[in-house]
Write a new protein. Structure first.
Length: 144
């Protein structure tokens, strides 16, 4: 069982690094080659969402990414934005959403969940256990 932890300041430039590390760990863990693009896109989307929330709410704490290959390849992306910010657009009904004038950050946050659901079959989004923030947990099978 190996765990890789990466934390980075909430700047978009660091998302690429998280994607590269995430795919390298996935490959080493035994995730099928055909799923690596989905892993890359999902990690990028989850990290972009976290960075957008941190920047929107002035949160200076780092974004945390944790990758674990125990049994399956699991990636956790943790932001420290207020939980009501993290649920974002998912709280709006579709007809209300169509009427909204959305900022780029709000759009990134809300649409991110829809994109993640398309990339990851085993996806969980929940409040962190301690403190303020949200954990996005994504799991892919490994073929050892």
């Amino acid at each position: 069982m190996a765990t890789v932890r990466l934390s980075f300041s909430p700047a978009p430039v660091h998302v690429r690094t998280a994607r590269l590390v995430g795919v390298a760990v996935a490959r080493r863990a035994g995730v099928r080659e055909g799923l690596l693009d989905e892993v890359r896109l999902a990690i990028g989307e989850a990290c972009t969402r976290a960075v957008a929330l941190h920047r929107q709410y002035g949160v200076a704490e780092p974004v945390l990414v944790e990758m674990n290959d125990s049994g399956a390849y699991t990636v956790r992306v943790v932001d420290r934005a207020p939980i009501e910010a993290s649920i974002g657009l998912t709280a709006l009904a579709p007809d209300e959403l169509a009427q909204e004038s959305l900022s780029e950050d709000a759009l990134t946050t809300g649409v991110g969940f829809a994109l993640l659901a398309g990339f990851v079959e085993d996806l969980q989004v929940r409040p962190v256990d301690e403190g303020i923030g949200t954990e996005v947990r994504m799991v892919w099978p490994v073929g050892r």
